[in-house]
Design a protein around this ligand. Structure first.
Ligand code: GLP
Length: 243
């Protein structure tokens, strides 16, 4: 695992965006795995700037997002489709029909299998972006007693509903279920980039990347992936061993 530690959120975002921009430059028809949450917003703003400055083009890029809430219409501002359009897709030269998110409306096992197959049909994910939940979740893979293998439907933990309620008018509006790439799907990505910032993530960063690999901390599985870069700001890195 490689760690990049930057002074603040803006520098962390730029540094992580550089990894993606470089990748797109070298492989213009790459397959990106993308994430939502507040952490990657700065990174997306950097990529939008790079694209409008003519440094990179998304015209041949394909994307697959990690996850989506169940039964939240895509027009809802809290849906992850809305988030992705708002933060990235509407501002770059990407073909919208090559941007994929799991469909959370009436999702069933078939929906999950089809999403998995769609990723495989594109040759797999070249580079996957991840944030990390306070309980160690990646995508919406919650702490569990086993690592999920493929795209699956999950019941969100109360702690996740609570954490994500900040984006909704009322906690009762937060969907209770979601569809997410599995841990196995994420581990198949050829390269993984994790971003985390702020003191609130310091404890889980230490636990996930320096503690035991256990399904109770889903992100800990990344210790077993051959190509992971973790990009942190000083605060999120404050509890990790210094040498
Ligand atoms: C959400 C998403 C995750 C994200 C995490 C952290 O629940 N499903 O993909 O990484 O929460 O979010 P944030 O970056 O806002 O802390």
């Amino acid at each position: 695992m490689k760690f990049i530690i930057e002074k603040d959120y803006d520098k962390m975002s730029r540094s992580a965006a550089d990894i993606f921009a470089e990748h797109i430059e070298q492989n213009p028809s790459c397959v990106l795995g993308l994430a939502t949450g507040s952490t990657p917003e700065g990174l997306y703003a950097c990529l939008v700037k790079d694209c409008s400055d003519g440094k990179i083009s998304f015209s041949d890029v394909t994307t697959f997002n990690l996850d989506e809430y169940c039964d939240l219409p895509v027009e809802n501002e809290q849906s992850y489709r809305y988030f992705m359009n708002f933060n990235l897709f509407d501002h770059v030269d990407i073909a919208k029909n090559r941007t994929n998110l799991p469909c959370g409306i009436n999702a069933d096992d078939e929906t999950c299998k089809n999403y998995e197959q769609a990723i495989e049909d594109e040759g797999g994910i070249d580079i996957q972006l991840l944030g990390i939940g306070h309980n160690g979740h990646i995508g919406f893979n919650e702490p569990s007693d086993s690592f999920s293998v493929i795209t699956n439907l999950v019941d969100l933990k109360d702690s996740t509903i609570e954490a994500n309620s900040r984006f909704f008018d009322d906690i009762s509006d937060v969907p209770k279920r979601a569809i997410t790439m599995g841990i196995g799907t994420i581990m198949k990505a050829r390269k993984v980039v994790v971003v985390a910032n702020g003191q609130g993530k310091a404890e889980i960063v230490k636990k996930a990347f320096f503690g035991p690999v256990v399904p109770e901390v889903p992100a800990s599985v990344l210790q077993l992936h051959p190509d992971v870069t973790v990009v942190l700001d000083d605060e999120a890195a404050s509890l990790i061993p210094k040498d």
